[in-house]
Design a protein around this ligand. Sequence first.
Ligand code: ADP
Length: 500
Amino acid sequence: MTVASAQRSQSAESAQSALDRVPRQLYIDGRFVDAQSGKTFGVVDPGTGRELLQVAEGDAADVDRAVLASRRAFESGPWRDMTTIERSRLIWRLGDLIEENLDTFAILESLDVGKPLQVSLTGDIPFAAKWFHHMAGLATRMEGTTVTPSLPGRWQGMSLRQPVGVVGAIVPWNTPLIITAWKLAPALACGNTVVLKPAEETPLTALFFASLLEQAGLPDGVVNVVTGFGHTAGAAIAAHGGIDKVSFTGSTEIGKEIVKAATGNLKRVSLELGGKSANIVMPDADLELAIPGAATAVFANSGQICTAGTRLFVHSSIFDEVVSGVAEQARAINVGHSLDPDVTMGPVISERHRDRVVSYLESGFEDGAEAAAGGSARPDDGYFIEPTILTNVRPTMKVVREEIFGPVVVAQRFDTLAEVIAMANDTEYGLAAGVWTTNLHSAHRCIQELRAGSVYVNTFNVADPSLPFGGIGQSGWGREHGEGALEQYSETKSAVMYLG
Ligand code: ADP
């Protein structure tokens, strides 16, 4: 056996043992159960196009069961009575359990999404654990204020923070465990209960996570996981009268559907949606940082990151140098299967999505764009797209205006700071934006004037539990993390007392 084939059979063996640890049923009220319809659906490895396993296909009837369990767990029982320190400890434990099962989580995430194993091992999985560890502290900070009402006589006024109730968490497929943690950790810290729906493309880590909840000591019904499709299970969560808040991350189009569905009981809605983020390289930038930074900003996770730096703006004086540098970085990326240790970029999520990205590339070429690197899909069984940089683009082109959600960046030139800020802000989205500069004035102007929920300076795509995150315009409503976390998952109540 050659070294390469020995490595392959070893990784096939560890992949199989990770898959064997995945429950294939819904998790409702502390038990794994079949969907009421008895239906299942297949989960595909986007790196091969082959089915990995079948999981339960939950629908509205199963969402009903999950909501009942969540409601019961919210209103009575050990979760409600738990002290904040006990709750905090439990959430911390969830982070520990993710770390203790790092290898299994990483293999599952890589098989499911297609991302290189090393990325899951050092990025996604520890990152998800970090959210539980950070948010554990939030459990002890459900604090309000005392106020002095301006009323005649003696009064005492106060504000209290209380959990929202039952939270519906709808998660996309690009970073499944991370976004699960982004929603679950603060929701639980604030004392809510949750119905979680992972994306139909990527349910594996959510199901494996559910299998650890009992070990963590989470009372039954506090977290319920319903796997299933968006138009059935997802839509049922968005519309359900027994859900008090829905937290959604996904496309702008579906975000609007969620808003409409939520009007029935006027549940609270937070949305983290699409983006078309500007990435600006000023003439004074440190190009040793900026060139690889601009490549990573868009090619990480095969471009399937909502904050990806997909519109590159480079000062005219360095345009050719930066574009050829990013093109060189793109060509050096080794595209392939997630479990191949030499691979640095995986496939996109599905055949349908690959075809969508390809149709964007075709529209770009029809409009006159040119590829400085990449430009097509690979004729493989998996859904691979070459890392692509497009030049000769105009602001009106579809490839410049619309979110592609693939490894495609469009490069445009500019001459002045005011001009590039206007170009960067010429988008209906407003999730993130970045600038590479060594000039303090340019950095601060960009921080102040770029219309985006997050601005990066000499870095890109940085998220941290301490930093509020969310979008402006068509990129969504509300802020997750940081000071936004409490806002998202608690209600403020005011109380006033007449003292005579
Ligand atoms: P993408 O376009 O990136 O696949 P989507 O916005 O379609 O993202 O999906 C994100 C999440 O939203 C997934 O969990 C999906 O199942 C869910 N979803 C899709 N359609 C609906 C819907 N109509 N109502 C509620 N959830 C939905």
